[in-house]
Design a binder for this molecule. Structure first.
Ligand code: KG4
Ligand code: ZN
Length: 340
């Protein structure tokens, strides 16, 4: 085999997506994601059911990833897996599998921080996508996190702002639940928002200091607003769904962009990247692009399939760590909470 070729198997199982990917020298050969539908009926991820589903999916998903990449198990150079943060039971499935496979194949094992991976997804080799130069600001917006991170180098990251309560994805999903939408509400709110009036209903913006965020008040405001309106008119949600979604999304985007403006001004950094599931949102993507004209930003938005949880982003971190010979060993354990 050509020694110049580094094949990394990435494994992601931190929440409710079981994913495996093969990268060759940083280029994606396969990226298989099995999303767990089971949680839809519960209005949120049920941890116990998530770990069981990972157990059922993991062998199949890894097998598919290897097949689609057109390689064999013996070609894999190293295995990268998410060791945290995330749901403990879910993380354990990927961690145990990765450890066993690395032992069986006798190849290096690399542990990956999920939040770092959302940021480093920008370094996946893609012909039509620019990579951000250092330093840049990364806003990670997902179902579990909302952070602004100053990225000085691949593995030199500093959190300069974060949510003090709910994550932005939770604001979307919990509001979606109030509106009677299935879980996760985020993508559906995005869809309805595109044909609604963003100025129809004013929702309050939180007053939270520095570069931090707060989204729990917004969710409560949506709840009280809907309860009041439905009392007056039981069909209020159906009759105004697009406008409610557009107004809510408009408020959330303003909250995010305001803090990015502040972070950019204070740090003097105009290169801005986003990552995490919520960066799939069409409104935030547009608002960020508009920032290029308005504030002189250079913005970086990941390819759609690398925004929500996926193993390609885990594998690119694996690739970068492999180049540094930064390996872990059999003593590695999954961690529900984790800093950079
Ligand atoms: O990164 P991710 O897949 O998982 C976590 O690490 O949390 O993010 C999932 C979150 C969910 O809250 C989902 O509603 C949200 O990303 N999301 C969206 C969109 N697509 C996914 N939120 C708003 N608009 C979207 N288009
Ligand atoms: Zn994530």
């Amino acid at each position: 085999m050509n020694p110049q070729k580094i094949y990394i198997l990435g494994i992601e199982s931190s929440c409710d997506d079981t994913s495996a990917a093969i990268l060759c020298n940083g280029k994606v050969l396969s990226n298989v994601v099995a999303s767990q539908k089971i949680h839809e009926q519960y209005g949120g991820v049920v941890p116990e059911l998530a770990s069981r589903a990972h157990q059922q999916n993991i062998v199949l998903v890894i097998d598919q990833a290897i097949k689609q990449a057109n390689i064999e198990k013996k070609d894999i150079t190293a295995i990268a897996f998410t060791s945290g943060p995330g749901l403990m039971g879910s993380l354990l499935v990927g961690t145990s599998f990765a450890k066993s496979l690395s032992l069986a194949l006798d190849i290096p094992l690399i542990d990956v921080n999920h939040m770092q991976a959302h940021i480093l997804a920008h370094f996946i080799e893609e012909d039509e996508f620019d990579k951000p130069e250092f330093p840049f600001l990364a806003m990670t917006i997902s179902g579990g996190h909302t952070q602004i991170v100053k990225v000085t180098d691949y593995f030199d990251m500093e959190i300069i702002g974060e949510t003090i309560d709910d994550a932005v994805g939770e604001a979307f999903d919990k509001s979606g639940k109030i509106l009677g939408l299935p879980y996760p509400g985020g993508p559906l709110i995005d869809k309805y928002a595109q044909i609604g009036n963003p100025k129809a209903f004013p929702f309050p913006k939180p007053k939270v200091g520095e570069l931090n965020f707060s989204f729990s008040g917004l969710k409560t405001a949506v709840l009280y607003f809907i309860q009041k309106k439905v009392k007056e008119n039981p069909n209020f949600i159906e009759e105004n769904r697009n406008d409610i979604c557009a107004s809510l999304q408009y408020t959330i985007i303003n909250i995010l962009i305001d803090k990015l403006k502040k972070a950019s001004k204070e740090s003097g950094i105009k290169r801005i990247a986003i990552g995490g599931g919520v960066s799939a949102n069409s409104g935030i993507r547009k608002a960020l692009k508009d920032g290029e004209q308005k504030y002189g930003w250079k913005t970086f938005v990941p390819k759609f399939e690398y925004t929500t949880d996926n193993a390609a982003m885990i594998a690119i971190v694996g690739h970068l760590k492999y180049l540094n010979k930064d390996f872990t060993d059999m003593n590695v354990v999954a961690k529900a909470r984790m800093k950079f």
